[in-house]
Design a protein around this ligand. Structure first.
Ligand SMILES: [Zn+2]
Length: 251
């Protein structure tokens, strides 16, 4: 998971919010169910803000139209935030529907927001909001290799309670993703690292620096999948002493 820089709310969305909330309040008064709709106006905007990647697992999702708008604070019970721009993210179907759903764990002793109350109140959520300014997801979740039946596999680990809960709630260690992470390291990162280590033995310092810059550009550009994993894998595979010795900085 990486930090998402939130862009400004699309101009027409305030109108959508007023209309939908007014309707929702009438529906609640009658004891009926709220219809959560009218997200077409923000779907493309959110997807582009996130470089077409799921906000939780960083899998690339090419067609925004078929994917979900994720409500950071779930529609149930936080219906009054269902059309609040800061509460909306773009997520893959697996993270959103199979795992996160209506889960929103809070820290022990927290008092849940009451209807119409603006967040955060006294809530200290245990799910990372990747678009929150004061949070850096990479300080809370790190990818590490582990050995499974003689093979190396990459897995996210929580460094904080919130990191651990985010992994659990969003299913960031589900088998399909563990395979994707490991494939990504083996196919995209290892060949570049092997080339780099070979060139340390044989090459010129300037050529080495160019190769390192190219590797970082290719793996860490915002629209590349699994950017957080790429950073942690580079950090692990090109050891800090080698990076310091050859002046190969990592962001
Ligand atoms: Zn996802």
């Amino acid at each position: 998971m990486i930090r998402i820089e939130r862009v400004a709310e699309p101009p027409d969305f305030a109108k959508v919010r007023s209309k939908r909330l007014a309707e929702a309040r009438q529906v609640i008064a009658k004891g009926d169910k709220i219809e959560f709709k009218d997200y077409a106006a923000v779907k493309r905007e959110l997807a582009e803000m996130q470089h077409l990647k799921c906000c939780y697992c960083e899998k690339r999702e090419e067609t925004a139209e078929n994917r979900d708008v994720d409500h950071y604070r779930p529609k149930v019970p936080y219906g009054w935030l269902a059309w609040t721009w800061e509460n909306l993210l773009f997520a893959c179907i697996d993270c959103n529907r199979q795992f996160k759903r209506n889960q929103f764990p809070l820290s022990p002793g927290d008092i849940k927001l009451v209807s119409e109350q603006a967040p955060p109140g006294s809530e200290r959520p245990l799910v990372i909001d990747p678009s929150a300014r004061q949070i850096n997801p990479s300080e809370e979740i790190k990818f590490r290799p582990e050995k499974v039946q003689g093979n190396q596999r990459w897995r996210p680990t929580g460094l904080t309670k919130r990191g651990l809960e985010t992994i659990r709630v969003c299913g960031l260690d589900r088998p399909g993703l563990l395979n994707s992470y490991t494939d990504h390291v083996n196919r995209e990162i290892r060949p570049k690292v092997d080339e780099l280590l070979k060139s340390i033995k044989t090459g010129q310092p300037s050529a080495l620096y160019k190769l390192w810059s190219r590797t970082k550009r290719q793996l860490l550009r915002p629209y590349r999948p699994f950017q957080a994993l790429s950073l942690d894998a580079l950090d692990h595979l090109v050891k800090p002493d080698i990076r310091t010795h050859h002046n190969l900085p990592l962001p």
